[in-house]
Unconditional design. Sequence first.
Lengths: 212, 385
Amino acid sequence: MSLERIYDAVLDFEEDDVAELVTAEIEAGIDPQEILQKGLVAALDTVGERFSEGTLFVPEMLMAADAMKAGLDLLRPILAETGAKPVGTVVIGTVKGDLHDIGKNLVCMVLEGAGFLVVDLGTDVHPEVFIDAARENEADIVALSALLTTSMSEMERAVGAICKAKENSNFDVKIMIGGPPITSEFAAKIGADAYGVDAPTAVKHARDFVRA
Amino acid sequence: MSWSHRDRLLAALAHEEADRVPMDLGGAEFTTVTIPAYEQLKEHLGMTHETKVFSKMHSVVHPDEAVLRRFDIDTRNVLPGPYQGGHGRVIDDNAYVDNFGVTWRRTVGTDDCHFLHVDGPFYEGKLTIDAIEAFAWPDPDNPGLVEGVAERVAQIKRDGDHAVCLYLPGGVIHRGYAMRGFEAYLMDIYKDREALCRLMDKLADYWVGVAENVIAAAGPENIDVIYFGEDLGTQAGPMFDPDEFYAPYIKPQHRRMVETAKAETHAKICFHCCGSAYRFIDHLIEIGVDALNPVQVTAKNMEPERLKAEFGERISFWGGINTQRILPFGTPREVAAETRRIIDILGKGGGYVLNSVHNIQPEVPPQNIVAMFDAGRAHRYETAA
């Protein structure tokens, strides 16, 4: 069946084929949610699994995300028309004082690939900016990244500020953090809800949060 | 017997135990101290000398001779002089362009003062061989590169019996990321592999040209260690496929670099690779690398016990003192205990040079730096006790 061909085309990094196959499915009247879930999302999940087990690496993750995006760009307007909501909304950024964004960008890609609406605030993001963006976009999740041990204190400050903002009514988000020096102990210590060791794990946590 | 600094280092790299493990600080751009941590260290040690910057990009220092002697450091660095002319220029306090036409920028208002590349000559569009060939590449014969090299070597020889470590910056991956952009470079592995290989050829040509000139200027017989490298790993695993991409495309470039470094010298090669280097170590051994730095013990598969057991007889380890957790957040007592633990594991039978995992970061308390080196200096090999 052609949804399998979409899945295969993503795994083969063939963005033109993905676009062509998705267009054909849309024209054939297949449910866009089904194309998304069984074709694109399933493929990126497989890439994520292989990444976590160490058989695929960063270039393959980037290529698969790129191929998937070719299909996602076609489906998004149709999904919006049908009033379909994203799986969830994630506000994400690298904390204040840190310009590193390689890992953060990978997380953005796989979250989008999993059907989340991702609001990427970039790097060097101040705590208030995370909070304002989360309110404005009615985010389910705020995700913070840091590469340096130096930035961990900024991360702690930002998570603290978000937790404080949550004490007010009408603001409820889950907080997840990641980056090379981060551990789950650190996440627990500073009040974050989860730590993602890699991009696919971040998606797992995000899914659990919106399911809960 | 009493060991000279140089003999102590060379013994370790020959997998023999001397009186204690050799220690490095400031031998290379990745084995030194960030400016904020160094300022605190100076104050702690009651020293007031002027701070000399080693690398603007990393915001790290040349540790002063007084600091190196306080810790009894066995290495002394030599590096190429500054490139004259070319693309390089300062934009403002927080941005500059390097001699590869790459723009670097840093944030302001925090302790993290190192620079990241934000634009480069091949950032836009498709990478093409025409664009690579048309670029005004820096010249490895630029006179600035050898300036001061012979004098520095003479000074090291005159002042003591330390090991001479020649640091040669650059390579084919990181400079490639800087010129092309990180994600674009990694996707070129699939999209424009031929052009990517040409880019790597150009970068390796430059590195080899500079290496030959600087080695000649230093006097090949004077050089004990040649230090270079680039990251192949991330915290969670290899950056790219060790066997399907590294081995056929990058490894030949690294082999050429190692061969250049060894051609006229007796130098041992210390290769720097952050993150999980585990799946690349056999490749590095095969091309003639003698020591691996920085031994990022908190990355995947990088436990010191595992590394020593699997590779300890064939490669030495240079680094290994935990920068992600213990040095910044531990107590001096914990730092000393961790230092002794790492020496007992990695130093057994030689094959270990003590240093932090990468540069000592801004938030590392000076007491912890002192604790690390004092413990390293005092601790004896278990077998010698």
